[in-house]
Write a protein that binds this ligand. Structure first.
Ligand SMILES: [Zn+2]
Length: 309
């Protein structure tokens, strides 16, 4: 069995190849952007929890990140991290949902407080909270930033409104009345068919990556000529998934992916994206070492930021 298990995990993580696709290059840096990383919480688990096959990373150092994207036209918060009340909020969950929460988002220990960090950064009224998806470790901070629109894909909005057991009820209530569907246009960007150009200048572009949840999205951010990344939510958990061309671990796929085949197809698209644009950082939402590499150490009074305003 000991020998069988790794084989089984490897077999399960076989990826399809993405269909050939035209590639629309990312723009040159067009606006002075500043991006800050707020590490709201995390945990350290074995690397095999995060990635299929034989992991290169011995441990998966998890961040539950919120990003603040500061553009001359306004501030955008991409994901909101964990809730400071997540354990209380989870009490409404029963059975399998409570188990999944306890094995995943519920394991996070708090680090930086989202509301305090936004205040410290001088972010008083963001344009919106843009969610890669509505799971508890991404939507946890919505209640801490009231009266601001919550942008998410129409498919994700419908999923939240259908009271899926994969979204904490208290967090769904915090989103109610302010969810705005992302207006995707049939305009190709990178290797995707549809896109939403947030500021109209190509600096921040959202694309649909449905699979992990019904309306998961990824966000391309061009900070400078040398600092460009795509935040891919939970399509993958560790960057090495792309280098090694494997999806997530069997465990995380089983516990967290709504549509296994669609998620694998999204991983395959990221492999294709890497080949088309090798210098672009593919940033998995919970890959703390990748955030450290992009943003530098997180040991100051303020959350670390890159770019300029
Ligand atoms: Zn997550």
């Amino acid at each position: 069995m000991k020998k069988l298990l790794p084989l089984l995990l490897t077999a399960c993580s076989t990826l399809p190849s993405a269909a050939p696709h035209t590639f629309v290059p990312l723009p040159e840096a067009v606006a002075p952007l500043e991006v800050c990383w707020i590490d709201t919480g995390g945990v350290s688990v074995p690397g095999g929890y995060g990635v299929g096959g034989s992991p290169e990373a011995k441990t998966w150092e998890v961040t539950s990140a919120a990003l603040v994207i500061r553009h001359p036209k306004g501030d955008l918060v991409l994901d909101t991290g964990i809730s400071t009340q997540a354990q209380e909020e989870s009490r409404e969950l029963g059975g399998w949902s409570a188990f999944v929460f306890g094995q995943t988002a519920g394991r996070n220990l708090p680090r930086r407080n989202l509301a305090d960090s936004l205040t410290a950064l001088g972010v008083t009224r963001p344009l919106a909270l843009l969610l890669s998806h509505a799971h508890a470790d991404h939507a946890g901070g919505v209640s801490a930033v009231p009266d601001v629109p919550v942008w998410l894909a129409a498919e994700e909005k419908a999923w939240v409104e259908a009271k899926t057991s994969a979204v904490l009820p208290a967090q769904a209530r915090a989103m109610t009345g302010r969810m705005v569907p992302i207006p995707f246009a049939e305009k190709p960007f990178a290797n995707y068919d549809a896109s939403f150009d947030v500021f109209g200048d190509g600096s921040v572009v959202v694309v649909p990556t449905f699979g992990h949840t019904p309306g998961s999205v990824a966000t391309f951010v061009t900070v400078s000529a040398t600092k460009r990344f795509v935040h891919v939510g939970d399509v993958i958990n560790l960057g090495e998934s792309i280098d090694r061309k494997v999806g997530k671990s069997w465990l995380m796929r089983t516990l967290t992916d709504e549509d296994d085949a669609a998620t694998k197809a999204q991983v395959a698209k990221l492999v294709q994206l890497r080949e088309a644009d090798p210098a672009l950082t593919i940033l998995a939402a919970h890959d703390r070492p990748a955030f450290l590499q992009l943003f530098g150490n997180d040991d100051g009074a303020l959350p670390p930021c890159i770019g300029a305003r």
